[in-house]
Ligand binder design. Structure first.
Ligand SMILES: [Zn+2]
Length: 297
């Protein structure tokens, strides 16, 4: 981890300690969130060392949840997933201007997006840290999935599109990953980075209870300005920003569930509608944002 007192996005030295956020999913421990007063970038102070980070992830629930269809929540989850896969596919094809091409999906998880793209003619490689998820996606979908260390073996200037769907905020050294992106991406290729928006309307609403803080799994809490600064430092420019509309409802429901509120899904949907109405036409306030970046020449 870099120096905790210097902004990892814009290198400003003026920071503010915001609040402690709790790990609701695994440990119950609290972690301090610090923020750059210049670009708004937030980060989790003193997260577990990378070698111990695996203890803070629960992979079992994550895999079994993907195919279960028992409750209304499971049904909604599947419906939302189909909608999101379609939206991600449309973003990838429209920003690259290609109906098919070579795609690298970093943090491919259980492989649903990679499989969706492969079925539509893309030549896909996934990168996934979790052994279980990697094996699952390879055996279920027949996708080529490499471990993170193997990214070095991928050929230079070979990919039309490289995607990070809610992944960059988990990475201990995102700058090193963007260096690899720069090497592997073709000069006219596009990199797509989806992130929770630390300056979103729901982040303001829920404060330290905002579920997308997800400490200590999320190390970085990006704002749009922080992304511009960070990728700019790595030799990229932001071409376009899109929003992922459904994430608001998911994050709002999860924020209620985490804090033990009854009927978290209903509350989440109502609060989501309220927040969405309040920030109508202000897409920079969306819960999750998708940044399309390209190499600067
Ligand atoms: Zn900053």
């Amino acid at each position: 981890m870099p120096d905790n007192k210097i902004c990892p996005a814009c290198t400003a030295k003026e920071t503010a300690d915001l609040f402690n956020a709790r790990d609701y999913l695994v440990s119950g421990r609290e972690f301090l969130i610090r923020q750059c007063t210049s670009c708004g970038m937030g980060w989790t102070v003193d997260p577990p060392p990378e070698a111990e980070a695996g203890r803070f992830y629960v992979s079992e629930e994550y895999i079994s949840h993907t195919d279960r269809k028992q409750s209304l929540a499971d049904y909604l989850y599947h419906l939302a997933r189909s909608f999101m896969l379609g939206r991600k596919h449309r973003i990838a094809t429209s920003v690259t201007g290609k109906r098919t091409g070579v795609l690298l999906d970093i943090g491919s998880g259980t492989g649903y997006f990679a499989a969706f793209m492969q079925k539509r003619g893309w030549q896909v490689t996934g990168i996934e840290l979790n052994d279980e998820a990697r094996n699952y996606s390879a055996s279920r979908f027949g996708i080529k999935v490499a471990s993170p260390g193997e990214i070095k073996e991928l050929p230079s200037a070979s990919a039309d599109c490289i995607t990070f769907w809610h992944v960059l905020e988990h990475l201990y050294d995102p700058a090193a990953w963007l260096d690899e992106v720069k090497r592997i991406l073709r000069d006219d290729g596009k990199c797509i980075i989806a992130l929770p928006n630390f300056s979103s309307a729901d982040a303001e609403w829920f404060g330290s209870r905002w579920a997308a803080l997800d400490v200590p799994r999320h190390l970085w809490h990006f704002t749009p300005e922080a992304v511009k600064q960070f990728v700019g430092k790595q030799g990229f420019t932001v071409d376009r920003i899109e929003s992922l509309p459904l994430d608001l409802f998911y994050i709002a429901s999860l924020s209620y569930r985490n804090t033990g509120k009854r009927l978290p899904l209903t509350r989440g949907v109502f609060t989501g509608v309220l927040i969405a109405l309040r920030s109508l036409f202000r897409s920079e306030k969306a819960s999750s944002l998708v940044f399309v970046i390209s190499k600067r020449d």
